[in-house]
Design a protein around this ligand. Structure first.
Ligand code: PA5
Length: 426
């Protein structure tokens, strides 16, 4: 077994996840026996066990075609965007000029952003992966309309077939219709997998492969986590990170801690935090209930939100990602010690970062914030696959413990109805 995810409760004070073991196991059984609310959306549960080499080959082939262009524009929003971005941003260097370029569109409606992107793309031969399960979402729909116009103005229909890839429903939606009419290569989002649980479908896997990452290893991490959680007719609570995490969150919530702060000490994890916020926010925030998922990027935010976390209203708890190993510079001895930092000479920057983590954990615990650590050995495709799957599974369990359906999102309709009315949608 490769390195795995471990939970460390040493800095969790004032709450007892163990007290909720029975509730967590009951919620897990509801999930595994597929008899809880939203059970027609459980296709993600065994997905990592089902992905085969033929599917991976098909994805890699499309990714190879994409990589022959000058860059990929990923068009999508919410669950049709965040998983891929989380993995790509976590594992690709932000500085390597040699890296295959990836751009994002349709994840918001910012006019100047899209104008600048279109201006930049109009002299390039770029590929597009347009991703929408419904095939009717306004933001990606509009962005794709602009890109489609640009490509059709400059390239033949045959060329476009090698440049545009659509990931959508097998039958329904305007995107499916357009893709079929234009003869585009398409990938299907299974009916029983909702957006925020779709990172292990082509929604996540195609962009991740196109970004040059090892998609098989990402799936293997999820596969091993799934197999681990499932083994022995359900992994026992004491050794089950997903059940323990779900119990910890609910114990905090019942104790008046209504805000969970996802804290990462690697800027590479910024979009993992965004993905996590969507997963938990959209799954749990309903019927007047739910933990508000927030995030901080440390140590950066110790110089902004750190004050609030240490001293503000005691309604928060923290979930900290600790990455054990990272490459990075060793601090050198300096002759005149002008900056006074020679006491750190010989340490790596990562050691200092992890010391900041330990120091902050102790401070926050003493300030009345329960702090759970989620430990990872390395940050790579395998460990991210395991982590993201663990979060999905724990989300299903946690939402059932809370008494809500994790797989619907009735609340997002309200603003849409208003917007469509104001825009005069027929
Ligand atoms: O998790 C969800 O279901 C949502 O965030 C959707 O992914 C998001 O609204 C995009 O929907 P679609 O893929 O239909 O364009």
């Amino acid at each position: 077994m490769k390195q795995f995810i471990e939970l460390d409760f040493d800095f969790v004070t004032g709450v007892s996840p163990d007290a909720l073991e029975a509730e967590a196991v009951q919620a897990r059984d509801l999930l595994e026996n597929r008899n809880g609310p939203g059970n027609d959306f459980l296709g993600w549960l065994d997905l990592p066990l089902q992905i085969d080499n033929a599917q991976l080959d098909e994805l890699r082939q499309a990714a190879d075609t994409i990589r022959r262009s000058e860059g990929l524009v990923i068009v999508g929003i919410g669950g049709s965007y965040l998983g891929a971005r989380a993995v790509l941003e976590a594992l690709r260097s932000p500085f390597s000029g040699a890296q295959f370029p990836i751009y994002y569109a349709g994840h918001q409606l910012d006019a100047e952003y899209h104008a600048a992107l279109l201006e930049f793309l109009k002299v390039r031969r770029y590929a597009v992966n347009v991703i929408s399960k419904s095939g009717t979402t306004t933001e990606p729909g509009l962005a794709f309309r602009f890109l489609w116009r640009d490509l059709n103005d400059r390239f033949s229909a045959d060329d476009i077939k090698k440049m545009v890839f659509a990931t959508t429903d097998a039958q329904k939606g305007s995107l499916r219709k357009l893709a079929d009419e234009a003869g585009l290569k398409t990938f299907v989002i299974p009916d029983d997998v909702g957006g925020r649980f779709s990172v292990f479908t082509p929604v996540g896997l195609l962009p991740i492969a196109a970004g040059g990452l090892n998609v098989a290893s990402f799936v293997e991490g999820a596969h091993d986590m799934r197999a681990y959680l499932k083994s022995d007719a359900g992994r026992a609570f004491a050794e089950n990170p997903a059940l323990q995490y779900a119990a910890y969150r609910n114990a905090c919530y019942q104790n008046g801690k209504k805000i969970e702060i996802f804290a990462a000490y690697q800027s590479a994890l910024l979009y993992v935090a965004e993905w996590w916020k969507q997963l938990y926010g959209e799954s749990e925030g309903k019927n007047g209930k739910g933990i508000f998922p927030a995030s901080v990027n440390l140590s950066t935010d110790l110089h902004s939100l750190g004050q609030w976390m240490q001293d503000g209203e005691r309604t928060i708890f923290e979930t900290v990602i600790d990455v054990a190993r990272q490459k990075g510079p060793v601090i050198q001895q300096q002759e005149n010690n002008a900056d006074g930092l020679n006491y750190l000479a010989g340490k790596t920057l990562h050691e200092v970062n992890r010391t900041a983590l330990q120091a902050t954990l102790a401070a926050h615990r003493d300030g009345g914030v329960p702090c759970l650590q989620i430990r990872m050995g390395d940050l790579n495709e395998y460990s991210l696959g395991a982590l993201l799957y663990m979060f999905e599974y724990a989300c299903g369990v946690s939402a059932y413990m809370l008494g809500v359906n994790p797989f619907d999102q009735p609340g997002v309709e309200a603003y849409k109805q208003n917007m469509f009315r104001l825009l005069g949608k027929p």
